[in-house]
Design a protein around this ligand. Structure first.
Ligand SMILES: *Cc1c(COP(=O)(O)O)cnc(C)c1O
Length: 404
């Protein structure tokens, strides 16, 4: 991986105050790890909803397809259109439910595969598509509720559901799926129960010769937990970004974190003992202290609740964050780090020398989950791709580029 300063194309970005670095080598590695873990007939859907969990959807989608994923999963219609507009041609499943005719027409126009969760929705869909005179019926995936109690039709009534949808002229059933609520738990009881409901639905359809061509059930955790959950396709989000859904699933594959979050020191100053720092003076120096102001804050995605509780990394050393984290800036105690200058790079998430701070560390400190930490980074931070070899993906810089 190229370091920031060795990357010539990033020249204009040198004055940037903060950014997200996206390691496409790591992404490639993770996708290939999953690819090898799956049997040959099992397809890998890269889940790139929420701007690819904050990493940048287009660049991640292209890199994941290049590395062996064959489907993409998004949550919303605009997320799917963003990929199509960028030239992505792979099948895209929209996993959220769509009810408005405008969105239904857009899905047909952009060849996005909808998730259907009720027979009524299917009927409206088919009627909405009728005047479009599509060359081919739109491929839809039916979703069953097997115990997540979110989107999905009751699994026990699957035959009714399929029998309502299959005669509709403008739709064709391309898949049947469900979503697991507890796949990351060390106790598999509920997951097995959900799988049994899914399996029972499949068996009912089989006896009536109604089985859709593609079955899928597993998220990252289930993909790692049990190959019996893989079916025809797995829907992997978190894992391709190099994080594990739970500690007990860490041994299965060797994943590498894709995201690093970095910012620059914008000001260094020496404070005497007894000085209050930042809003509310929640930190008061108890000794003379050298402090760095860093150009990143909660509006960029650093949770404010980490105030006075997190470390950052500077020149391979840990440095404690001090005082309340503000909207655009935060302060760090750098008394123990020699030879610092304004403009030096601060790593908030990532690796620096012997130290590594991950989204899991922040999730533990904030009682959140790594999914929420990753997709919390806002568009004010440019996404910068780094890679040692070009995997056929043109590195994209997303966000405003300040003048050199
Ligand atoms: C987000 C999502 C996934 C991916 O979940 P991970 O735990 O990130 O792998 C899979 N399936 C559905 C339906 C989802 O909404």
């Amino acid at each position: 991986m190229l370091s920031w300063d060795q990357t010539p194309s990033l020249g204009p970005m040198r004055c940037c105050r903060a950014w997200v670095e996206v390691d496409l080598d790591a992404l490639h590695h993770n996708v290939q790890q999953f690819r090898r873990h799956l049997g040959d007939p099992t397809q890998l859907m890269a889940v790139v909803k929420a701007d690819a969990y904050g990493h940048g959807a287009v660049m991640i989608a292209q890199a994941a397809l290049e590395a062996g994923a064959s489907w993409l999963g998004v949550a919303t219609v605009p997320e799917g259109i963003e990929l199509r507009t960028a030239g992505v041609q792979a099948p895209i499943l929209v996993m959220g439910a769509v009810n408005s005719p405008e969105e239904m027409r857009a899905m047909a126009r952009w060849q996005l595969r909808p998730t259907l969760v009720t027979p009524k929705q299917a009927l409206v869909f088919s009627e909405t598509l009728a005047p479009l005179h599509l060359a081919h019926p739109l491929e839809v995936h039916l979703k069953l509720d097997t115990g997540m109690s979110r989107l999905g039709f009751p699994a026990a009534e699957v035959v009714d559901f399929v029998q309502c949808v299959s005669p509709l002229p403008h739709l064709t059933i391309g898949g049947l799926y469900s979503h697991l609520a507890t796949a990351d738990s060390p106790d598999p009881t509920t997951m097995i129960q959900q799988q049994q409901r899914f399996q029972a639905a499949v068996a009912q359809l089989q006896t009536q010769n109604l089985l859709p061509p593609r079955l899928h059930l597993a998220n990252t955790a289930a993909t790692l937990a049990d190959p019996a959950l893989h079916y025809d396709m797995v829907r992997v989000g978190l894992g391709i970004y190099g994080l594990y859904p739970a500690p007990h699933l860490q041994g299965v594959l060797a994943l590498k974190p894709v995201m690093q979050v970095k910012a620059r020191i914008t000001l260094l100053k020496d404070l005497p003992a007894g000085t209050g720092v930042s809003y509310g003076h929640a930190y008061v120096t108890d000794r003379p202290l050298r402090m760095a102001v860093v150009g990143i804050g909660y509006a960029d995605g650093v949770p404010r609740i980490l105030s006075n509780r997190m470390n950052v990394m500077i020149k391979g050393q840990l440095a404690p964050q001090i005082g309340t984290i503000t909207m655009d800036q935060l302060m760090v105690d750098v008394t123990h780090i020699a030879d610092l200058q304004e403009g030096d790079v601060v790593t908030l998430l990532g690796q620096d020398g012997p130290h590594r701070i991950t989204a899991d560390d922040w999730a533990n400190l904030t009682q959140s989950i790594s999914w929420e930490i990753l997709c919390g980074f806002k568009h004010r931070l440019p996404r910068i791709a780094t890679e040692s070899s070009c995997h056929g993906v043109k590195p994209t810089v997303i966000g405003q580029i300040p003048p050199p």
